[in-house]
Ligand binder design. Structure first.
Ligand SMILES: *[C@@H]1O[C@H](CO)[C@@H](O)[C@H](O)[C@H]1NC(C)=O
Ligand SMILES: *[C@@H]1O[C@H](CO)[C@@H](O)[C@H](O)[C@H]1NC(C)=O
Ligand SMILES: *[C@@H]1O[C@H](CO)[C@@H](O)[C@H](O)[C@H]1NC(C)=O
Ligand SMILES: *[C@@H]1O[C@H](CO)[C@@H](O)[C@H](O)[C@H]1NC(C)=O
Ligand SMILES: *[C@@H]1O[C@H](CO)[C@@H](O)[C@H](O)[C@H]1NC(C)=O
Ligand SMILES: *[C@@H]1O[C@H](CO)[C@@H](O)[C@H](O)[C@H]1NC(C)=O
Ligand SMILES: *[C@@H]1O[C@H](CO)[C@@H](O)[C@H](O)[C@H]1NC(C)=O
Ligand SMILES: *[C@@H]1O[C@H](CO)[C@@H](O)[C@H](O)[C@H]1NC(C)=O
Ligand SMILES: *[C@@H]1O[C@H](CO)[C@@H](O)[C@H](O)[C@H]1NC(C)=O
Length: 577
């Protein structure tokens, strides 16, 4: 009894000290997701879009990048702007001075980079046939990337762009590029380039013991948000913000065909609808707008989701089917559609709860659907100099035989990737993302073996309430109901983060980087396969070996094309459903 009394004290002491030890252990070994900081600046010339801020090299040079790439990041070098006779749009995002960094590794890139040959990918059958042709002088680079708030990753794989421009085939004009890209990983833990092992950001942060910010898994979750209306971006390494994930989540393997890790999904249909209130159209809802080729019937196809590309790359027939219902007209020079802002219905469509719905197969069996709704409010974007002389409001459908959904779509969608143990078996997820009234952020881990994410219980309609204007009397009845409660708190949540900075002019770029990116990511990634899985080039031959950078890169660009042709082929597989 007496002993019994004294024991609890001892236990208490022991317990306290154990807890203390535990706390120390946890503090030392705790793995937690890392939230990447977004830039205060926004970028065009086809946005405005959000970007993230990082610091490059030992000299910690501030650079903004479009996040969400795979394998090598694309970095614009200061030589991109060495021609002082033209406006340098790329300067605004920050250019990298390699000479100022002691940690830069450029492999065999010649000292005189003007000797690099121009690479292009004009024979592409892929997205690059969107009308633009990219020309770049590119080298290999590895250097340190430091994120604000701590995480610093050495020797990260990058493609260095010394010169770049893009031509739109229709008008023959050359355009500069504006921003590079940030890669978040690939199917392997590292990127092997010409025999050198370079790091991939999320993999290193997860596995390397010297990482000051170890993350729970080799993964990331992102909602890029929008600039108008203001939806701050969210990018979490090793986790995700649950408040950015609404309703159902679709999870599937990263593209198993190429080992490049593309995010592909079976795409069933496109529709239009109105969330609440009267319709601005002469119909309430419409479906079967996804049309391919000569067939007028809607058939599914595989689509790739790509955060570093700006538009909705869809068959011409599909874009035209949308145009038949909207006050937009096709512009041949830019291969995009311009809104007729003086048409009466323009205001109504782009300010009311009217949306486009994108219907995907929810799982591999495709029997269930996952629908992502993108309000038309997010689909009135702005073309700026140098793409157009004065600001032009456009609709981001880009006729293309290769199907890709880029940032325009991702304004309203959440994506995450779990690269797993880095043996090529990654899984990725797609879900509806909220509107401007996001609510309180809620960071969650992605565990190494997690195959799916848990969505928040928030309502998508509520996240837009107060930001769209329902039409008619019916609207005034519906609105009070839905606008109560959530939206006030939600609106408060919006303050987080991003200031909408009025942009000055910016150059155009996205494409370039994009296309560039695409060229180099595949190029780099194929160089990087340990297991010598190299993409087969267009004519069916293997790409050349790593001895000559230029040839190699060029060849990889070609093989990139064959990668892009995969969607057509793989759609056959999915059509069985
Ligand atoms: C960087 O160094 C190389 C060789 O030392 C030189 O040719 C080049 O002009 C330098 N670049 C810049 C931007 O200073
Ligand atoms: C390139 O520059 C480095 C340092 O400035 C120098 O050591 C090297 O010899 C140069 N290489 C060539 C081929 O000129
Ligand atoms: C654009 O790229 C082409 C490569 O084909 C090159 O000849 C041209 O000089 C480049 N233009 C500029 C302004 O750099
Ligand atoms: C951690 O990263 C450093 C620098 O890249 C590297 O030298 C080391 O081998 C890595 N350690 C592990 C366990 O990956
Ligand atoms: C597809 O529909 C358009 C307009 O609805 C029509 O003109 C065209 O003939 C149709 N094509 C086929 C192959 O049915
Ligand atoms: C835009 O809409 C206005 C008003 O409906 C119309 O008069 C004008 O012709 C339209 N412009 C184009 C380019 O379609
Ligand atoms: C899924 O979407 C397709 C295309 O819109 C539609 O035909 C089908 O009925 C939907 N399936 C379910 C289970 O809702
Ligand atoms: C990696 O994951 C895959 C599937 O999740 C599994 O089959 C494989 O054995 C794992 N490899 C290692 C080395 O853990
Ligand atoms: C052009 O559009 C951008 C982005 O929306 C904006 O920041 C800028 O002020 C506009 N410029 C003009 C002249 O209206």
């Amino acid at each position: 009894m007496l002993q019994g009394k004294s024991l609890p004290m001892d236990f208490l002491v022991m317990k306290l000290s154990l807890c203390w030890i535990c706390a120390i252990v946890v503090a030392v070994y705790a793995e937690s997701p890392f939230a990447v900081q977004w830039s205060e600046k926004t970028y065009g010339p086809d946005g405005p879009w959000h970007a993230v801020s990082v610091e490059l090299g030992s000299s910690k040079q501030a650079v903004d990048l479009y996040p969400g790439d795979r394998w090598a990041s694309t970095i614009l070098i200061d030589t991109v702007c060495s021609d002082t006779s033209t406006t340098c749009y790329a300067k605004r995002g920050g250019l990298f001075n390699i000479n100022a960094s002691d940690t830069a590794n450029t492999l065999q890139t010649p000292n005189d980079t003007s000797q690099l040959t121009w690479l292009s990918d004009q024979t592409a059958a892929g997205v690059n046939t969107w009308g633009g042709v990219g020309h770049v002088k590119e080298g290999v680079l590895a250097d340190k990337i430091t994120f604000k708030n701590g995480l610093s990753v050495p020797s990260v794989s990058m493609a260095s762009i010394y010169k770049a421009n893009q031509t739109f085939t229709a008008n023959g004009k050359e355009y500069p590029v504006t921003l590079g890209t940030l890669s978040l990983g690939g199917t392997k833990p590292t990127h092997v380039v010409q025999g050198n092992t370079f790091n991939l950001v999320s993999a290193w942060a997860h596995w390397n013991r010297s990482s000051s910010q170890r993350i729970p898994s080799y993964s990331w979750g992102m909602h890029i948000g929008s600039v108008e209306p203001d939806i701050p971006g969210s990018l979490v390494l090793g986790g995700y913000d649950q408040s950015r994930v609404l309703n159902e989540v679709s999870t599937q393997q990263v593209d198993p065909d190429s080992n490049l890790g593309a995010l592909k999904i079976y795409f069933k249909d496109i529709g239009m609808g109105v969330a609440t209130g009267d319709s601005p159209f002469d119909f309430e809802a419409k479906s079967s707008l996804f049309k391919t080729g000569t067939s007028n019937t809607t058939r599914g196809a595989t689509v790739e989701i790509k955060p570093v590309l700006p538009y909705l790359y869809l068959p011409r027939e599909t874009c035209d089917a949308m145009a038949a219902n909207l006050p937009i007209t096709y512009n041949e020079d830019l291969n995009l559609y311009f809104w007729n802002t003086s048409d009466d219905s323009y205001q109504q469509i782009t300010s009311s709860p009217a949306y486009m719905s994108f219907v995907f197969g929810k799982s591999t069996s495709n029997s269930q659907n996952l629908t992502v709704k993108v309000p038309f409010q997010l689909l009135k974007l702005t073309l700026q100099e140098p793409l157009v002389e004065k600001n032009t409001t456009y609709f981001p459908c880009y006729p293309s035989d290769t199907l890709v959904l880029g940032r325009a779509f991702l304004q309203a969608a959440f994506i995450s990737v779990n690269w797993g143990n880095g043996t090529g078996n990654g899984e990725w997820s797609l879900a509806q993302a909220p509107g401007p009234a996001i609510g309180t952020g809620s960071q969650r881990d992605i565990g190494v073996n997690d195959e799916s994410l848990t969505a928040s219980k928030n309502s998508w309609e509520a996240s837009w309430d107060g930001y769209w204007e329902p039409l008619s009397s019916k609207a005034s009845i519906d609105q009070p109901e839905s606008s109560s409660g959530l939206s006030t708190g939600a609106k408060a949540g919006i303050g987080i983060g991003c200031a909408v900075v009025a942009l000055g002019l910016i150059g155009l770029i996205a494409w370039l980087c994009i296309k560039r990116r695409k060229g180099s990511d595949n190029a780099q990634s194929s160089m990087g396969q340990y297991d010598s899985i190299q993409p087969i080039s267009h004519d069916g031959t293997r790409s050349v070996g790593p001895s000559e950078l230029n040839n190699e890169t060029l060849n990889e660009l070609h093989s990139d094309k064959s990668v892009h042709e995969v969607p057509g082929a793989s759609s056959v597989r999915h059509e069985l459903s």
